[in-house]
Design a protein around this ligand. Structure first.
Ligand SMILES: C[S@@+](CC[C@H](N)C(=O)[O-])C[C@H]1O[C@@H](n2cnc3c(N)ncnc32)[C@H](O)[C@@H]1O
Length: 366
């Protein structure tokens, strides 16, 4: 298996002493409560208070400020202490925030992941076992009776939608500036944004290039959201929509117009291998030798930091339990294999965009 250097070091050799391994095993065993306590330490404002205090705070001071009982504060603080989120001073019994606590509070990626797990996934994880056995998103059922989360996106409860979009946008938004330079280096005048969602990338494109026309191809429900979102914004008149459900193999890519670029950002991870091959080969039917198909994905094997690979391989299980039951964050070699199976070849891969995206540039196979 190909792995970027930071991952190879961690994943091919044992990293822990027996004591460390046992502690990590217990951390996993208590994972649900570790997660909830950390979340509540933020929600109740305790980590904020600790960060802003000069010498730390006692249990009584925290109870006074939060209006929680001494009992509630004590269980939260003792749990946080042993999980490494806070530190205590032996002389004064005052608590201060640790480095881990600081990351929980201030690292935007951690906050986005935490909200996504709480609001979108937490209840659904309980059905992971059935989802793995059935290949269906069994954890989606408590939200509604859709075959995949994408059909239900526009109807999800407000807080769930908010965390879903914050999660999706956090990753892709961070890469768009670098991606624009790569895509528009090629004199792109027409771009098909497959799975363009609320139109954030399309808006960036029409702002970046005053001549480009963008077609967003997505499910009809998403196109309605997209139209509301782009309404009145600069260049919106050069964005149009093409409603389609790409899960139906008979649904073809638009043939009425030539597209210089087919763009798929965080899109193919919504599909299983067979579906990806079908979508890519349908895309290839509207390409000529000059056209390029760009796949922007967070491939877990191409991460510079091990923490990123950890996050991505855990996010895969959101696809299993909630999104559709059968897709994932892919290894780049798997994606390349599917690209080739669809009659395309990988011309180049750009790495290290934003929060760990790569762009796979594909052209028709010679
Ligand atoms: C994870 S979002 C990616 C959004 C955006 N491209 C980005 O980079 O942030 C996946 C998009 O694919 C769309 N999608 C999922 N299943 C689809 C299907 N069967 N047919 C068409 N679009 C689909 C979703 O509606 C959603 O807009």
């Amino acid at each position: 298996m190909n792995l970027f250097p930071a991952l190879e070091k961690t994943y091919t050799k044992e990293q822990y002493s027996a004591q460390q391994a046992q502690r990590l095993a217990e951390f996993i065993a208590f994972g649900p409560i570790v997660f909830q306590v950390a979340r509540l330490m933020i929600k109740f404002g305790i980590l904020d208070m600790l960060r802003d205090s000069d010498e730390g705070l006692t249990l009584n001071e925290i109870a006074d400020k939060t209006k929680l009982s001494n009992y509630a504060v004590k269980v939260l603080m003792e749990s946080s202490l042993t999980m490494g989120v806070v530190l205590v001073d032996k002389q004064t019994d005052k608590y201060t925030i640790s480095k881990v606590g600081w990351f929980l509070l201030n690292d935007k990626l951690t906050r986005v992941n935490m909200d996504f797990n709480q609001d979108v996934n937490y209840e659904g994880w309980f059905h992971l076992e059935e989802a793995l056995r059935e290949g269906k998103p069994e954890g989606l059922k408590h939200f509604g009776n859709w075959p995949t989360v994408y059909e239900g996106l526009s109807e999800l409860p407000q807080q769930v939608q908010k965390s879903w979009f914050a999660f999706d946008h956090f990753y892709s938004d961070a890469s768009f500036s670098q991606a624009l330079k790569i895509v528009f280096d090629n004199h792109t005048k027409t771009l098909l944004d497959v799975g363009g969602n609320t139109g954030r990338w399309a808006l960036r494109c029409v702002d970046y290039d005053s001549k480009v026309n963008v077609t967003i191809m997505d499910l009809p429900q998403q196109l309605d959201m997209m139209k509301k979102n782009i309404n009145g914004k600069k260049g919106a008149e050069r964005i149009d929509g093409y409603a389609i459900n790409l899960l139906a193999e008979t649904n073809a890519f638009p043939k009425n117009k030539h597209y210089d670029v087919i763009w798929m950002s965080q899109f193919l991870d919504c599909f299983n291998e067979k579906e990806i091959t079908s979508i890519l080969s349908r895309g290839s039917k509207i390409m000529n030798d000059e056209s390029r198909l760009y796949i922007m994905e967070t491939f877990w094997d191409r991460q510079k930091y091990e923490t990123a690979a950890f996050c991505l391989t855990q996010i895969s299980l959101y696809f299993t339990a909630i999104a559709n039951g059968n897709s994932k964050m892919y290894h780049s070699q798997d994606m390349q294999r599917l690209v080739e199976k669809a009659g395309l070849e990988v011309e180049k891969i750009y790495d290290g965009l934003g929060e760990g995206h790569s762009i796979m540039v594909c052209k028709l196979k010679k």
